[in-house]
Design a protein around this ligand. Structure first.
Ligand code: A3P
Length: 300
């Protein structure tokens, strides 16, 4: 399928590919990798971090290794986040001999349930699903797409807003992603970015519990401290500072950019935010889930 057939026309098929109806950047997702992904064999104790992009993937790639190592800083200081918790659908991952890695393995994915390989449904690995308020996802994406050369140039904000709301962006629709992972019937751990922001220590404790890791309170507190935005930003193995400028131009925007809730207020006009809210209300009207971003400073 040509990308233009879904209304995106500022790209060529060489730079992007359509996989199961979802647009992907071809520079990091080759057809060969996607075939390997489809045959991938999960183990029951694998941990899979699932996110729509810009929802807190990198944050969780810091939190989970620290939890699993009992708070050992080496778990996040000796390899970049894309190797310590590699994306299953990304080419580089398949150079890492992931089949030979000792358990418990940690992976990430931006894919929808319907895109997962058969083994996922048979084996049922542990899934952590992170969700973020979509206006903030939009804002973060807008900056990220401008700095990452393998993404679609976002163009003017008003155009990118339309594309985002219609799901005509790389990795597809935020609405489809969140609804599909909420509909996924198996027991998974769901958490909102806002919960991590509001009480990181409590969030780390709950994630550890889900992962079956019994940690002392002081270890949990140290992990949370380490994973604060200002501290994580200093970790060169997590802040993408080692990526060449041709791939990520940090003079345009940093990867660990602001790390806050509500930055959309600096990005969207009142009218754009109202329009966004109307689309959200329509698309999410059948969703029965208390998202932290709809609650007034309480945990969901
Ligand atoms: P902003 O662009 O709003 O700053 P992902 O890793 O899924 O691509 O998401 C990236 C977003 O998560 C960025 O948002 C980034 O700053 C934010 N993020 C990463 N680590 C964080 C942390 N420790 N605390 C708060 N936000 C964090």
């Amino acid at each position: 399928m040509r990308p233009s057939s879904i209304g995106i026309d500022d790209m060529t098929e060489a730079r992007f590919l359509m996989y199961k109806g979802v647009l992907l950047p071809a520079l990091v997702h080759s057809a060969k990798t996607l075939m390997l992904f489809e045959k991938f064999l999960f183990r029951p104790d694998d941990i899979l971090i699932v996110t729509y992009p810009k929802s807190g993937t990198t944050w969780m790639q810091e939190i989970v290794p620290l939890i699993m190592s009992g708070g050992d800083p080496a778990s996040v200081e000796t390899s970049p986040n894309w190797e310590r918790v590699p994306w299953l659908e990304v080419d580089h991952t398949w150079t890492l001999n992931i089949d030979d890695k000792p358990s418990p393995r940690m992976f990430a994915t931006h894919f929808l349930p319907r895109m997962m390989p058969p083994s996922f449904f048979e084996v049922k690995p542990k899934v952590i699903y992170v969700m973020r308020e979509p206006k903030d996802v939009f804002t973060s994406s807008f900056h990220y797409c401008a700095m990452a050369s393998f993404m679609v140039d976002p163009g003017p904000k008003s155009e990118f807003l339309q594309k985002f709301l219609q799901g005509e962006v790389v990795y597809g629709s935020w609405f489809e992603h969140v609804k599909a992972w909420l509909d996924y019937k198996e027991e998974i751990f769901r958490i909102c970015y806002k919960e991590l922001i509001q009480d990181l220590e409590d969030s780390v404790g709950r994630i550890a519990l889900f992962l079956g890791k019994s940690l002392d309170n002081d270890v949990i507190a140290k992990i949370a401290e380490r994973c604060l935005f200002k501290n994580m930003k200093k970790n060169n193995m997590s802040n993408y500072s080692t990526v060449p400028k041709e791939i990520m131009d940090t003079t345009k925007s940093e990867f660990l950019r602001k790390g806050v809730v509500g930055d959309w207020k600096n990005q969207l006009t009142v009218a754009e935010a109202e329009y966004f809210n109307d689309v959200y209300a329509e698309k999410m009207k059948d969703v029965d889930y208390e998202f932290a971003w709809n609650l007034k400073n309480t945990r969901s």
